[in-house]
Write a protein that binds this ligand. Structure first.
Ligand code: IP8
Length: 250
């Protein structure tokens, strides 16, 4: 099975609040139709969840945020999720919506529920979940990043590979020259100039990718503006992007 994360900036315009990038979502859905192995999709918050998280100063660290802020963030994620579900349906894919509350309690996965995701994916549905504002317990809530969900699911489901679909070609060794790192070996990339958001932006993505690769699972960063690259990564064709090779796979 595969795990595919659709980054917030590829499915929405992060510069403009609450603006989905419907063309991109549609093009990605069309390409995903050609994938012939089970997969689950996780999407980010983009200019929906991140917009409201910034308005209400919410972060990934559990804290006593107002009920209003949690409700508004959650609502905006449902809105974005609905846009993606509709695009999948319109492209004759069968999405199966799974808010993260379905399989996460506090900040821990419910392993039995996570294992169901694989069964659902293998029964010709596409499970779709997303980063969200979650109840933590003790009157606290937090923002759970879709990137973190990738790691949580990867640990339990051991997918064949994980793909992060981005709004850029992959990881650049130099942001100015846009020199792409084709394969990240052991070096820690310098991300000092990378853009941050409430869940940590590219830095967080790289951290999760490294953690997943250490489990022995290959991780790809690919540009969702060129959706064919998603297929190339899946079908082991000549691929453009950044590979974090699974450590046991070398
Ligand atoms: O964009 C964050 O998910 P991410 C979700 O995957 C919210 O980090 C609610 C901001």
């Amino acid at each position: 099975m595969l795990l595919i994360k659709l980054g917030g900036s590829i499915i929405s315009d992060k510069e403009r609040p609450l603006s989905p990038r419907r063309r991109n979502i549609n093009k990605i859905a069309q390409v995903l139709k050609k994938v012939n192995e089970p997969f689950a999709v996780i999407h980010g918050g983009g200019s929906f969840g991140h917009y409201w998280s910034v308005v209400y100063s919410m972060h990934s660290k559990p804290a006593k945020y107002s009920s209003r802020s949690v409700s508004v963030v959650k609502n905006s994620m449902v809105e974005l999720n609905k846009i993606i579900l509709d695009a999948f349906l319109n492209n004759k894919l069968n999405p199966y919506c799974l808010p993260p509350t379905d399989f996460i309690i506090g900040n821990r996965p419910n392993v039995k529920k996570v294992k169901e995701i694989e069964k659902i994916a293998k029964s010709s549905f596409i499970p779709i979940t997303y980063g969200d504002a979650l109840w933590f317990g003790n009157k606290k809530s937090y923002i759970l990043s879709g990137d973190k969900i990738m790691t949580i699911l990867a640990k339990i489901l051991r997918p064949r590979l994980c793909i992060f679909v981005l709004n850029v070609d992959g990881l650049y060794s130099d942001l100015k020259t846009k020199k792409l790192i084709n394969e990240l070996k052991d070096e820690k990339p310098s991300l000092s100039q990378a853009k941050m958001d409430v869940t940590g932006g590219m830095k967080r993505k790289v951290e999760e990718a490294i953690t997943i690769a250490k489990m022995g699972i290959d991780v790809f960063f690919v540009n969702g503006n060129k959706p064919q690259r998603i297929l190339n990564a899946i079908k082991s064709r000549k691929f453009e992007g950044t590979l974090f090779r699974g450590k046991d796979n070398e």
